[in-house]
Ligand binder design. Structure first.
Ligand SMILES: C[S@@+](CC[C@H](N)C(=O)[O-])C[C@H]1O[C@@H](n2cnc3c(N)ncnc32)[C@H](O)[C@@H]1O
Length: 382
C-alpha cells in the first residue's frame, strides 16, 4: 500500500537514523548479532526471511557476501527448524566463521564462473531456491550477480538484493550507483522477475524494491525494449517536486545536525587546545628548570674543582710553613750555639792571655808555653 508523503518522509528519516545511528550512539546496523555472531542485517528483514523460508521451504539458500557468518548461521538454524535446506555462502575473504553442518562456505568472487558453477551443483533438482545478494554493492557487480544467480532460479523462487537503500534510497546519498540501480536495470531486461512489495510490510527495510520473485514469464532478450518498472510505494504519492523539496530539506536538516554537533564539539576542542597550551608551557618551564639545574650542577662542579685546588694550595702553604718554622728553629739553635761558642772562645782567649802572663812570670820557654797552651785547648782548663 503506498505511503502518504508525510509517511514516506517519516520512513525515510527513520531509515536514515537506523542506518547512521543517533548522534550520540552506536550504529544499530553494525551492532546486530545472531547467537553472538555479527549479522549485518536489519532484523525486520531477517523476520521476512523467516516467513519466506517457511512458505517456500527451499532446498538451497545462497548468500553472496558472508562477512562474519551471522546471517548464514541464522539461515542454517531456520533450516534446522524446518527440517530441510542447505546454505551456500560465498565470500572473497576467509574469516573465522561459525561452523554448521548445513553451511558450506565458498571462497572466491560471487561472479567467478567456478563459484557460480559450484553453487549450481549444490542445487537440488526440482527444489526451490532462495538467493540473497549481499557482497560487493557496486552496480556492475550486483547486476552481474543478478544475471548469474537469476538464471539458476525457477518460478516461485526469490532473489533478494540487499542494500538497495544505498545511494540516497534513502541512505548514503554519496554511495554512487549500487544495488538499487542494478535492480532497475535487471528488471528492464527480465520481466520474469517482479518486485514483491509484500516483503516490505514492516516498512523499515534495507532492501526497498529489492525482494524479487521469479514468475512464469520468459526472459526478454537483451535490448528488446523497456519494461515498466513496478511502482515504488515509497514514491507513489510524492510528485517529483515534493520529492526534491524533501531531499533539499533533508540535506538542510543534515547540515543543521552537523552544525549542532560542531557547536557541541567546539568548546571541548577549545578546552583541549587550552590544556595543550598549558601543557606546552609547563613542559617548557620544566625544560628551563632542567637546564638551570644543569647549569647549577656545572657551577657546583667548577666550584668543587676550585675548592680542591685551594685546599691543595693551602696544604702546600702549611707544609712550607712547617719547613720554614723548622728552618727558623734551626737558625735560632745555630745562633744560640754560635753565641755560646763565641762566649767560650772569648773565655778561652782570656784564659790563654792569663796563662801567657803566668808563664811569663814563671819564666817558661816557648816550647813549654806551647805544650801548656796545647793542654789548655785539650782540657779547656789552664
Ligand atoms: C555486507 S558484507 C556481508 C554481510 C553478511 N551477508 C551478513 O549478513 O552479515 C559484504 C561481504 O562481501 C564480501 N565481498 C566483497 N566483494 C565480494 C565478491 N566479489 N564476491 C564475494 N564476496 C565479496 C566482503 O568480503 C564482505 O565480507
Amino acid at each position: 500500500m503506498p505511503l502518504s508523503a508525510p509517511e514516506a518522509w517519516t520512513l525515510r528519516r527513520f531509515s536514515e537514523l537506523y542506518y547512521t545511528g543517533p548522534a550520540a550512539g552506536a550504529r544499530p546496523f553494525e551492532d546486530t548479532h545472531w547467537m553472538g555472531v555479527p549479522a549485518l542485517k536489519c532484523p525486520l528483514d531477517l523476520w521476512v526471511y523467516q516467513e519466506l523460508l517457511f512458505r517456500l521451504r527451499p532446498g538451497l539458500i545462497v548468500e553472496t557476501g558472508t562477512r562474519h557468518g551471522g546471517t548464514a548461521l541464522y539461515l542454517a538454524h531456520l533450516c534446522d527448524l524446518l527440517g530441510r535446506g542447505r546454505v551456500a555462502s560465498v565470500d572473497i575473504e576467509a574469516l573465522p566463521r561459525p561452523q554448521h553442518p548445513r553451511i558450506r562456505y565458498l571462497k572466491g568472487s560471487s561472479t567467478d564462473p567456478g563459484i557460480v558453477g559450484a553453487v549450481a551443483a549444490m542445487k537440488e533438482p526440482g527444489a526451490g531456491m532462495l538467493v540473497i545478494l549481499d557482497s560487493d554493492h557496486r552496480c556492475e557487480h550486483v547486476l552481474a550477480e543478478l544475471e548469474h544467480y537469476g538464471a539458476l532460479l525457477q518460478a516461485g523462487d526469490y532473489l533478494i538484493v540487499e542494500d538497495t537503500n544505498l545511494n540516497g534510497h534513502p541512505v548514503a546519498p554519496s554511495h554512487g550507483p549500487g544495488p538499487h540501480e542494478a535492480v532497475e536495470a535487471f528488471l528492464l531486461r527480465h520481466p520474469e522477475f517482479v518486485r514483491d512489495r509484500g516483503c516490505e510490510k514492516f516498512l523499515l527495510t534495507f532492501n526497498p524494491g529489492g525482494f524479487l520473485q521469479r514468475r512464469d514469464v520468459e526472459p526478454r532478450p537483451a535490448g528488446s525494449g523497456q519494461t515498466a518498472v513496478p511502482e515504488d510505494p515509497y514514491r507513489a504519492d510524492e510528485p517529483d517536486v515534493l520529492r526534491s523539496v524533501a531531499v533539499t530539506l533533508e540535506r538542510a536538516r543534515l547540515a543543521e545536525t552537523l552544525l549542532e554537533q560542531l557547536a557541541r564539539v567546539t568548546p571541548a576542542f577549545q578546552e583541549a587546545m587550552q590544556q595543550l597550551d598549558a601543557a606546552q608551557q609547563a613542559s617548557s618551564q620544566f625544560k628551563e628548570a632542567v637546564a638551570s639545574l644543569d647549569r647549577a650542577r656545572q657551577r657546583e662542579e667548577r666550584l668543587g674543582a676550585q675548592l680542591q685546588e685551594i685546599s691543595a694550595a693551602f696544604e702546600e702553604a702549611l707544609r712550607q710553613l712547617a719547613v720554614w718554622k723548622a728552618v727558623a728553629e734551626d737558625l735560632q739553635n745555630t745562633n744560640a750555639r754560635q753565641s755560646e761558642a763565641s762566649e767560650r772562645e772569648a773565655a778561652l782567649a782570656a784564659r790563654v792571655v792569663a796563662l801567657e802572663q803566668a808563664l811569663g812570670r814563671a819564666g817558661i820557654g816557648v816550647t813549654e808555653r806551647d805544650s801548656a797552651q796545647q793542654a789548655v785547648s785539650t782540657t779547656g782548663k789552664p
